[in-house]
Design a protein around this ligand. Structure first.
Ligand SMILES: NC(=O)c1ccc[n+]([C@@H]2O[C@H](COP(=O)([O-])OP(=O)(O)OC[C@H]3O[C@@H](n4cnc5c(N)ncnc54)[C@H](OP(=O)(O)O)[C@@H]3O)[C@@H](O)[C@H]2O)c1
Length: 325
């Protein structure tokens, strides 16, 4: 079948993303052919495009989508033609009208959730799920620091941490983003574009520091994140929106009170079906219960993916973004 996808043949700026005609064949054993109704936009897509996370070229791009099963390969028993499904991760190729995908990456999308919500929530929502429920289990009474609190992961994480009983401190770059984070569970917001983060965190925590920092910003916030933790606190460095974190000495953890440091990725928490299913169930629960609202704040035509990348990297987006085929 002839269809369209965004692909890139060289790394670089958003202009390397091209709308191409592609042939999609029948699903191999273990695969399904999926027709996307919505595709997710994530910061990691920019790392693939720029080469920060190298991939063999030419390549498809995108790790998230929601749609309907169109054809089922041999050996796939849990899905049938017409099923509504969503996914995060797996082989690149999410920016496409139709794709082949391993069936074990797909979960059924609850009827109450639209394809747009499914495509917006899987990668950022499963990430939040593992960060708050596996990497460091947020408990009532914890104070947590969440950087880029008005972003895709940020808005979900603020709401979920609040629902778990935590006091949430968020960081953002503008007053508008501060208001949005506050409307989604942040008790306190620090404008890291204007204010030093660690001293403000000390002030807000009576000098103690936070139990955990969720840092997807990377280079620009790393030092402040370490300086904001209480003794035995956990530094979770899970992204590089401002650039990669430079090398550091383990003694820096000792000096700040025997801190824990981890640099996790979603694939390690959802690679096995036995891990993916319960995590997705937890995510669907908090969303269907209304505790976490998935905010699709930007929508682009799939063929305009380059513009979506420009806006994401220029910090113009808030919440989640979907691309519509
Ligand atoms: N390890 C994992 O498993 C995993 C999974 C998903 C996402 N992530 C990471 O989580 C982070 C958030 O992802 P997302 O998709 O939800 O993106 P996002 O938060 O919606 O967008 C990135 C945000 O980072 C902030 N930022 C700070 N410095 C920046 C800079 N120099 N350039 C651009 N943005 C900057 C901006 O918010 P302000 O304007 O408020 O600063 C921007 O809106 C990313 O680092 C991503 O790679 C990691």
């Amino acid at each position: 079948m002839t269809t369209h996808a965004i692909r890139f043949h060289q790394t670089g700026g958003p202009d390397v993303l091209q709308w191409e005609t592609v042939d999609v064949g029948a699903p191999a054993p273990g695969q399904v052919r999926l027709r996307h109704h919505a595709c997710g936009l994530n910061y990691i897509d920019t790392y693939h495009r720029t080469g920060l996370y190298p991939v063999p070229l030419p390549s498809g791009i995108g790790l998230e989508g929601a749609g309907a099963v169109e054809a089922v390969g041999d050996g796939v028993h849990h899905l049938k033609i017409g099923d509504r499904v969503a996914y995060a991760g797996g082989p690149l190729g999410g920016y496409s009208e139709v794709r082949l995908i391993p069936a074990d990456r797909l979960v059924r999308l609850p009827d109450a959730l639209s394809f747009e919500t499914g495509a917006a929530m899987m990668l950022q929502g499963l990430t939040t799920a593992y960060l708050l429920r596996r990497t460091y289990r947020v408990k009532p009474g914890d104070t947590v620091l969440i950087h880029a609190a008005a972003g895709g992961v940020g808005l979900i994480a603020c709401q979920w941490a609040k629902a778990l009983g935590a006091t949430v401190i968020g960081t953002v770059s503008t007053d508008e983003k501060a208001a949005l984070a506050k409307a989604h569970g942040a008790d306190h917001v620090i404008l890291y574009s204007k204010e030093a983060v660690a001293p403000r965190v000390r002030e807000l925590t009576g000098g103690e520091g936070v139990a955990v920092v969720y840092d997807g910003v990377g280079k620009d916030t790393f030092q402040a994140s370490l300086d904001s933790l209480r003794p035995l606190g956990m530094m979770v460095s899970f992204g590089n929106a401002s650039g990669s974190v430079p090398a550091f000495e383990p003694i820096e953890l000792t000096n700040r009170g025997s801190l824990f440091f981890t640099r996790p990725k979603l694939a390690d928490y959802t690679g096995k079906r036995a891990d993916l299913e319960p995590l997705a169930a937890e995510l669907f629960d908090v969303v269907l219960s209304g505790k976490v609202k998935i905010e699709v704040k930007q929508t682009y035509a799939l063929k305009d993916a380059a513009q979506a990348h420009r806006d994401l990297e220029a910090r113009k987006t808030v919440g989640s973004t979907v691309l519509i085929p």
